[in-house]
Write a protein that binds this ligand. Sequence first.
Ligand code: IVH
Length: 697
Amino acid sequence: MTPVQQQINELTDRLNYYNDRYYQDSVSEISDQEFDALLKLLGDLEKSHPEFRRDDSPTQRVGGTISKTFQTVYHRYPMLSLDNTYSEDELRQFDTRVKKALGGEAYEYVCELKFDGISLSFTYENGVLKRGVTRGDGRRGDDITHNIKTIKSLPLRIRGTDVPPVFEVRGEGFMPFSSFQRLNADLEEMGEQTYANPRNAASGAFKLQDSSETARRNLDCYIYSFLSDDDFFPTHESSLAGLRKMGFNVSPGWRKCSDIEEAILYIREWQEKRFELPLATDGIVIKVNSYSQQQELGATAKSPRWAISFKYQAENKPAVLRKVSYQVGRTGAVTPVANLCAIEERDLPYDKVKGVHLSGTRVKRATLHNANELERLGLRTGDVVFVEKSGEIIPKVTGVDVAQRDFFLTEPVTFPLNCPECGALLIRREGEAAWYCPDERGCPPQIKGRIEHFIHRKAMNIESLGEGKIELLFDRGLVRSPADLYDLTYDQLLGLEKNILNEETGKSKRISFREKTVDNILKGIELSKTVPFRNLLFALGIRFVGATVAEKLAAYFGTMEALQAASYEQLVAVPEIGDKIALSLKAYFEDAYNQLEIARLKAAGLKFENDGKPVEVESDVLAGKTFVISGVFLHYDREELKQKIEANGGKVLSGVSGKLNYLLAGDNMGPSKLEKAQKLGVTIISEEEFTGMLPGA
Ligand code: IVH
């Protein structure tokens, strides 16, 4: 073994040990900085010696692999689903069937929470995590190994050695509420579609092509079963204990129950308690404990006869619709919002109302989506409506109790013709359900929204400003556009004060700008001048230009001037930039107001070009040639290869198609990409062959 290989081995073991201690035992034996420094060292060593990188290397936790498509793989054991019920009586019928089939033998159950995420299966060989696959159709699923390796609580190598050489564990992959809320807030900020519930968000994140983005989405997983060719554990209970010992994050809260009535008590116990958990649950799973009895009971084509799930009804409660208010977002879209109270709060003044008790919280406001939905529901203020938490998160109005309607005490709700904030006549774009306020320059929530977007963490990252402070600055007429931020002075800010009302909680907060606050604000604004050009481009809030598109444009054009001057044809020539984005960019840059805003931002000293030197032209030997880069290389990383190709006139594409000239293949490249390239007759070249094509080779 070479000294480098030995160092890689030692670092891998050491970092896995710290990770294991942290996630399984909640013990930090090392500071975050030290951990990151060691991880970086390992990453650098692996980069120069990819041949020594181990399958259980902790560097994979942060992702970095791009998978254009996922390979389909067959499950060694099919992944069945569960029979489910909403009634206690049906649970007793299930128990009667179990009793009968077991012919008088004694049996027990294990009850577990049913987590609302996506079903995953993980294969371990010689104790090392080899593969992670989605459920798919139950017989075969997608190989998402690169993405599941970013789950920090999932051991890359198990503890102990007394296990079968090959085994599979199964569990539920999920996105905790906290990550879900952060993700949605970010997406909203970027003007992108948000996820309706954590399950959809998790499912999307597990299927992302870029595993480093999956890593950023903070997924987690609870393990609930163990499978191997031999009968390794005698009972489900012992398998859960065994899995825990191996270092798995076993689903918490499970309990052994001696009969179905005990299981029913468990179900009732968790009915409300489950809302205290950091993730979504939608029921309870009841499993026969003994594995030999499970085998005796067998399965139908779809589900095992030894288990059943009890699903909690999505809570649906009556509430009184006090009024409908209309929210105007950053893009000008107008969303109707139901202002609700509990039936018994009907006569209370609205500021005293606490709201309807629903799935663990009190709800005062619920979305009504858009004008079509309002029309469909046919609402009147004063109506008794039904509210439900869709995906147990965002409350919505699902219907009206028409039988309770009193025509004299209720009034029809009509969608406004004018913007509730600025009075402009609303417009509706073809093919869209939302009504928009077109006055983007004069409508306060749109202006404030644009500034909030500008200062966002992923944009100019001005942490010392926030929604409340922007509201105050706007109120005093100090800021009307992002460029105004750079004209603010100490004297203007000192002493400003305002009470800000949080509509959701009904509480108000006093904001006052004292010396320290003002210092911080100005420092934050000053610091934003060093933020890279791509962030600035995203911060401008151009329609359809999210963070990823901004990054691509910045990398391609290099400077604001070049981007501003680009024609429609030049814009659509950029990989992954389509018609919609190109038109939006053209419209943005042709607008005189925007031109002035950009000139002011430039004068303020913001970064209008990429850092570092632009790609130097070396030759045009690769002119007209297209490349896809896949796998790991000996002398270059992928970014360096990309630069080399472009410096010599070539172009890098992301997907293999018939038009592609070369697939530049490194180690460990996805077999499906290779197969596709072979099928389409694309020339496959090695790193060596590639360097041979360059001048001076
Ligand atoms: S056991 C034969 N236990 O529910 C299937 N499933 O409808 C054995 N799920 O696909 C599954 N929590 O994704 C089991 N504690 C738990 C679970 C659980 C959630 C999901 C799982 C499965 C679906 C069945």
